[in-house]
Design a protein around this ligand. Sequence first.
Ligand SMILES: [Zn+2]
Ligand SMILES: [Zn+2]
Ligand SMILES: [Zn+2]
Length: 219
Amino acid sequence: MIDPGISTKKELDPILDAIKSRKLELRYIVNTHHHSDHTSGNGALKQATSAEILIHELDAPVLPEPWTWWSRMVAADPDHPCPACGMAGAYVETLKEQGKAVVGCRSCGFKFEVFASPPADRLLRDGDEVQVGMLDFRVIHTPGHSPGGICLYLEDEKLLFSGDTLFSGSIGRTDTIDGSFDTIIESVRKLLELPEDTVVFPGHLEQTTIGQEKRSLAN
Ligand SMILES: [Zn+2]
Ligand SMILES: [Zn+2]
Ligand SMILES: [Zn+2]
């Protein structure tokens, strides 16, 4: 499972049902980076399946206490702008004993929950291989959206899981406390060297190919 961003039982159950009905065993939960919309389901999935959690070593420290990162994000701008409405009033309410935090906005009422993850079972680095049955996923370190962002590359199958580094027609945001525009540009350059017919599954929205993104970014 790559990037379980799930946070409710309603989202978790169909995944567990699919694993069960296909008689599969979930071996690994791989996070392409530490953001909560990619890691919030780690704990529930691991509890249900005993899968190991894998993440790049530079993003691993955020997993067990995502509220620390969110508090630093909110504190970084003295106006505390809300990620939804842009007005002042963002806050983080940490509920450590429940293993979660509420990130919200006093101006517009927007809020969402972020869940702590169990610590990583295995730390990933550039060039590592993650073997799953017949598949050999190669880890490509693609920092910029976060310091420990990775893509997972299946060379023989010509598939790339690009996390939030490369999207169809755009790249990941870097306006976070640990993001870097210059660094993500370098990472994207590295990805564009892959074969043009590589199919790309980004962390959000529709799939694309390396060739298509090469042409779109050239414009
Ligand atoms: Zn992200
Ligand atoms: Zn994301
Ligand atoms: Zn707001």
